[in-house]
Design a protein around this ligand. Structure first.
Ligand SMILES: [Cu+2]
Length: 191
């Protein structure tokens, strides 16, 4: 009985996730959704650390282009309850390892960044030049974050959303944008 009601609750949470995505009044939102599967299995939504980002959790991204701005909303259900997750837009699609998603998408790219030493300069690694979607889950493991950034994606766009180990993204010089290991990833459409 307990298993059955938990299953129904999950279905309802999934339905709410879909309903809330499709009911946005803004024009032509881009919606990407996925259910976390083990990374070895592949797919659009993968977990690298099932203890912290359980297989079966649902992730959804909605991107609404504006006039010289973009509003992104990231929703999760079935994640760990009462937990913060640092979340960002990354430049490449998800792959078998967390590193496959590459560095954070930056509107103005930090000229000092290298593959070995990603940007950690607060002048570039900040939530006005990157897309940060840090969120906190409720008692059911559901959570939402919305970010409006002052740029669009005319030439380059992110390709994924990465959920990190830390509960919040760091902002100090030398650590800005860092958030620990990569727990899960959603390959997503941004334009
Ligand atoms: Cu990130």
């Amino acid at each position: 009985m307990l298993r059955r009601s938990a299953h129904i609750a999950l279905l309802l949470a999934g339905a709410a996730l879909v309903a809330s995505c499709s009911s946005s009044a803004a024009a032509a939102p881009l919606v990407t959704e996925g259910v976390l599967a083990p990374a070895a299995q592949g797919g659009p939504a993968v977990t690298y650390t099932p203890d912290a980002a359980p297989a079966g959790a649902r992730l959804a991204l909605e991107v609404v282009p504006g006039e010289g701005s973009t509003t992104a909303t990231f929703r999760v259900a079935g994640m760990r309850p009462d937990r913060g997750y640092a979340v960002h837009a990354h430049v490449r699609p998800c792959g078998p390892t967390g590193a496959d998603a590459g560095p954070h998408f930056q509107n103005r790219v930090d000229p000092a960044a290298t593959p070995q030493a990603p940007s950690s300069d607060p002048a570039y690694a900040n939530p006005q030049n990157e897309v940060w979607l840090d969120l906190r889950t409720d008692a059911t493991g559901a959570g939402t974050a919305t970010a409006t950034v002052p740029f669009g994606f005319p030439e380059r766009a992110p390709a994924s959303v990465v959920v990190h180990e830390k509960e919040m993204t760091a902002t100090a010089p030398g650590q800005a944008g860092t958030a620990g290991g990569r727990l899960a990833c959603l390959t997503s459409t941004w334009r």
